[in-house]
Design a binder for this molecule. Structure first.
Ligand SMILES: Cc1cc2nc3c(=O)[nH]c(=O)nc-3n(C[C@H](O)[C@H](O)[C@H](O)COP(=O)(O)O)c2cc1C
Length: 188
């Protein structure tokens, strides 16, 4: 099973890549997924510039074809999301809008972070968008409040409770990815 860990923040001086590094480590420790990182800052998609609706899959641009191949190869998603103005980062919405069938019948979980709300409003804003693409968002999550308190020596040092939450989340994500596998098969 392939897990795509999507880093949704793209700002200069962001901290999202530190949280994503931790998420990749948790996936490796969990052991049931082959985890791959998709950093939206590095991928650097322009604002949606394809002429056709993505459901036709007739992509004109190389950046879309590359993003399509990355997402199509995944069996499940782990979105690492900050909260911007009570919502998901626009880079994530843009990246989702680029594609259509590549997302379908795959479960998604979140590692969210922020202030007192721990990024949970960002997650809630993403869910209706994801379900419209037939992504199944699961309730198990890692929600990190006051995230800067957990930064030490230039890295995110998660606590034991967060590591346990990550393991429980990945267990559930793997169950959903397995259950939805027949729908992802070519005949599904
Ligand atoms: C434009 C903007 C809006 C923000 N809005 C929120 C918010 O609604 N809730 C919150 O908890 N933190 C908010 N923050 C603070 C972020 O949680 C904090 O800056 C975090 O480091 C952002 O993640 P990043 O560094 O990976 O981009 C906001 C930050 C920015 C830059």
């Amino acid at each position: 099973m392939k897990l795509l860990v999507v880093t949704a923040s793209t700002r200069e001086e962001r901290i999202g890549h530190l949280i994503a590094d931790w998420a990749i480590q948790r996936a490796a420790a969990h052991g049931k997924f082959q985890a791959e990182l998709a950093d939206l800052k590095a991928i650097n998609l322009p604002m949606l510039d394809e002429p056709e609706h993505p459901r036709f899959g007739k992509y004109r641009h190389a950046h879309t074809k590359a993003w399509s191949a990355t997402v199509a190869a995944a069996d499940a998603f782990l979105f690492v999301v900050p909260e911007y103005n009570y919502a998901m980062p626009p880079a994530l919405l843009n990246a989702v809008d680029y594609l259509f069938h590549e997302w379908a019948y795959k479960p998604a979980a979140f590692v969210s972070y922020g202030g007192v709300s721990a990024g949970t409003r960002s997650v809630q804003s993403a869910k209706p968008v994801l379900t419209s693409m037939k992504i199944m968002p699961i309730p198990e999550a890692v929600s990190i409040p006051f995230v800067r308190n957990f930064l030490k020596d230039g890295r995110f040092a998660g606590e034991e409770t967060q590591a346990k939450a990550a393991a429980a989340m990945l267990d559930e994500l793997h169950k959903w990815a397995s259950a939805l596998a027949p729908l992802r098969a070519p005949h599904g």
